[in-house]
Design a protein around this ligand. Structure first.
Ligand code: BTN
Length: 344
């Protein structure tokens, strides 16, 4: 399947390449091979999305300010992929839902396929939680991959995504040391939350389509939501102390998304090529190893020390107490993804 770039986004691209210059409706229609009515409709939709487009009699439409947009072509070029592998949407219920719809509808599809959105109306987090996904500068994206991996490597896809995001943030920070002089380095809270200081800046939701006959992973949708330049005051009150965001210099949004995706594809390749290197990077970025942790398992309250993250992605915890009763023997629990939530 060829991923379609919407008319609205194509019109925006033309306006943006003529920033603050008028472009006539006729010119846009001719360039895209569409009707004038379709151009008018696209302009109306863009305005509805909050993009300021003025109309000048006899000269045409003018885009007054660049919305720091992401273009499929730029992302595809940064990844060395054909443009049809990337789609950029202004708004969608959830990029992971869209990815799954595409997989259901299509027989021929290019991989990796990438869906990027500026807003999600029904963003999903882990454990059926909502992932608040307002239209700001934040980016919500899903990558559909077809990895050649057995089912027991599934957790490593999530681990690879976490390492990739930290790599991308680090690369972003070193690209402009003055801009990021005040920012602390990102860390991974097991399994897949990315923190800057005490605030979560990014979430990952990995969903697999498995082949039970071969016990292998058929396709994986890796969903990533990164908060960029958010105004925390406008967020739901219960999230204001937890949520954080990355600031980007003006015009860097697309570059940053390209960085995230480039690292994502490279880290996913590492699962098969150099799992040890991937896990070493993950452990180096972990803010959990060596820290005291608390968790509840089968109704009992455990306290312990996070010792390491094993090669299968589980967290090894040395137990110090169970339900308040101190444990002096060397007792270890391995926490598996999805089973438990930990508090550091
Ligand atoms: C979490 O922190 O619980 C995971 C959040 C994952 C959010 C991303 S945003 C893109 C993709 N689409 C979704 O609906 N969810 C993921």
């Amino acid at each position: 399947m060829i991923l379609k770039i919407s008319t609205k986004n194509k019109v925006l691209e033309i306006l943006e390449s003529n920033l603050r210059q008028p472009v006539s409706g006729e010119q846009i229609a001719g360039q895209l091979g569409i009707s004038r009515a379709a151009v008018n409709k696209a302009i109306a939709e863009l305005r509805k999305d909050g993009i300021e487009i003025t109309a000048k009699t006899r000269s045409g439409y003018v885009l007054e300010q660049s919305p720091d947009n992401i273009y499929a072509q730029d992302i595809a070029a940064a990844l060395g992929l054909p443009a049809c592998n990337v789609i950029v949407l202004n708004t969608i219920d959830s990029t992971n839902n869209e990815a799954k719809r595409m997989l259901n509808q299509s027989t021929a599809m290019n991989f990796p396929a990438i869906i990027i959105a500026n807003e999600q109306t029904a963003g999903r987090g882990r454990h059926n939680r909502t992932f608040v996904s307002p239209k700001a500068s934040s980016v919500y994206l899903s990558t559909i991959i077809k990895p050649d991996l057995p089912m027991d490597k599934m957790l490593l896809v999530t681990i690879a995504a976490a390492v990739a995001i930290v790599n991308a943030i680090e690369e972003q920070m070193s690209s402009d040391p003055d801009f990021y002089a005040e920012m602390v380095h990102p860390k991974i809270k097991w399994v897949n939350d990315i923190y800057v200081g005490s605030r979560k800046v990014c979430g990952i939701l990995t969903e697999a389509i498995t082949d039970v006959e071969t016990m292998s992973i058929d396709k994986v949708v890796v969903g990533i939501g990164i908060n960029i330049g958010i105004d925390i005051a406008s967020w739901p009150e219960e999230l204001r102390d937890i949520v954080g965001s990355i600031d980007l210099p003006q015009g860097e949004r697309s570059v940053f998304v390209g960085r995230v995706l480039r690292h994502l594809l490279a880290c996913i390749d590492m699962i098969a090529q150099d799992e040890k290197k991937l896990m070493d990077a993950y452990r180096a970025y972990s803010c959990v190893i060596g820290e005291p942790v608390r968790f509840v398992k089968q109704g009992m309250n455990y306290e312990g020390l996070a010792e390491t993250i094993e090669y299968d992605g589980s967290l090894r915890v040395r137990i110090m107490s169970i339900d308040g009763v101190q444990h002096d023997d060397y007792l270890v629990e391995h926490l598996s993804y999805g089973e438990i939530s930990i508090q550091i």
